[in-house]
Design a protein. Structure first.
Length: 449
């Protein structure tokens, strides 16, 4: 879908002005700049001499369009296993009636419905979309819901996007053509062709690791821990286990695994038959076998299968990294599960910020599996909350609103996919948005893949 890539500003008809504003917005997204800096540039350069509220509207509306473009990129990458999309509106006092009427509607990715109804559907629209597997789409489609829901208001009239937001997303220049042709009658073909060429050169996602993450369910359980952080590294079998010795890893796990953790896992599992999926992580020397040994021992105790065909697809050296080093290198995963299951439990050796578990959860989510629990051998209790809380997310967006748009262009996911510990680390750093951006870029430039 390319509707989100179309660029227009109501009331502005100059191609040169449109191009100048678009270039400046592209730059601020790529660099993680702020609205204040962009507004200052617009006013000082004389490009747009508009009131602050109008500049703010232009800025936030087009940044939301960029956000949705990145989300569509992710959806199209996974449409084979997640062929449905659900419209997701915010159910609060500020949501527009037409947008609320669209909330929960589910259609296939290629359904013509999305050519006119994919958000943003108006200025300052906060709506979004979520990709779903076929199983999830059907599970959400009761009577009059999901796949069976029609886009109508309470009075029976169609629920439509705001005026001027219903152009075809398959046309990259639809929004520009609509804004210009409607106001000027006819745009010079030569100028329009040149503008189209420039417009097509949008910023591509710069994340060559490209892990897939999914928004958190607020009721996602805490990570089940066995022992305090550091207990594993003190064990005599630790170095051998981290270097690929499965027998040493089994000894270490046997010594550290707790009956309480096994009991917690049993309670979460109930009558389900989840697939146990460990992290296969490459470290400084060789293959870390601790997560695999942990999953195998739990599998034997609970008579559950262990999946071996999902692996970390790039080496990420983060063992001695600080929080920003870990944020800069989110490990990606590859492979498809051989064993079919609706549910999964994910395993790692230790828990710090939880980014690796978040990435693994996101990867298996593409295959229609719901992660019902995450467990590690060691970790800190205060890091056991994986799902970012509403309070933390609101604080992060309040303090670093503009940074999120750069984050999406760089990593491919927004703040709502961060873990609670990752988000708290950013907030507690007390750094500015520019400092955080520069630090992560610096880590990427000096890090080892």
């Amino acid at each position: 879908m390319a509707r989100q890539q179309a660029f227009s500003i109501a009331g502005i008809t100059s191609l040169d002005t449109l191009q100048a504003v678009k270039d400046s917005l592209d730059k601020v997204i790529a660099e993680g700049g702020t609205f204040g800096a962009w507004k200052k540039h617009m006013l000082e350069s004389g490009t747009l001499n508009l009131p602050k509220h109008r500049l703010d509207n232009i800025y936030r509306t087009n940044l939301q369009g960029s956000y949705m473009a990145a989300r569509w990129d992710r959806i199209l990458l996974t449409q084979e296993t997640r062929p449905y999309i659900m419209y997701d509106a915010l159910n609060d006092s500020r949501v527009r009636p037409a947008h609320l009427a669209l909330d929960g509607i589910i259609r296939r990715v290629d359904d013509p419905f999305w050519t006119t109804h994919s958000p943003p559907n108006g200025y300052r629209c906060r709506c979004s979309i979520r990709s779903l597997s076929e199983h999830q789409a059907k599970a959400r489609s009761g009577q009059g819901k999901g796949l069976n829901q029609q886009p109508v208001l309470d009075d029976g009239t169609p629920a439509l996007p705001d005026k001027g937001w219903d152009y075809n997303p398959s046309d990259r220049l639809a929004g520009v053509n609509k804004a210009l042709v409607d106001k000027r009658g006819k745009v010079n073909d030569v100028l329009l062709s040149a503008f189209e060429k420039k417009l097509s050169n949008r910023i591509e996602m710069t994340n060559y690791l490209a892990p897939y993450r999914q928004e958190w369910e607020q009721n996602f359980p805490k990570v089940i821990l066995n022992a305090p952080l550091g207990n594993a590294s003190k064990h005599p079998s630790y170095e051998a286990a981290k270097s690929g010795d499965l027998e040493a890893a089994a000894i270490l796990v046997t010594d550290l695994i707790s009956n309480d953790a096994i009991s917690q896992l049993k309670n979460v599992i109930g009558n389900k038959k989840p697939l146990l999926i460990p992290v296969h992580a490459e470290e400084d020397v060789s293959i870390n076998r601790i997560p695999l040994a942990y999953a195998m021992i739990v599998g034997r105790k609970l008579d559950l299968p262990v999946e071996l065909d999902i692996v970390q697809s790039a080496k990420v050296n983060r063992t001695n990294s600080d929080g920003f080093g870990r944020l800069a290198f989110p490990p990606p995963f590859a492979g498809k599960p051989i064993t079919k299951s609706e549910y999964a439990i994910i395993f790692d050796d230790t828990l710090t910020q939880g980014g690796t578990l978040a990435n693994l959860r996101g990867h298996i989510y593409q295959f229609g599996m719901k992660t019902i629990a995450a467990t590690t051998l060691t970790g800190k209790n205060y890091s056991s909350v994986l799902a970012i809380t509403t309070l933390t997310l609101d604080t992060l967006r309040k303090n670093y609103n503009e940074l999120e748009y750069w984050w999406i262009s760089f990593f491919g996911y927004g703040f709502d996919c961060l873990t609670e510990s990752e988000a708290r680390y950013i907030i507690n750093s007390k750094k500015t948005a520019v400092e955080i951006r520069d630090r992560i870029i610096a880590e990427r430039q000096t890090g080892i893949l």
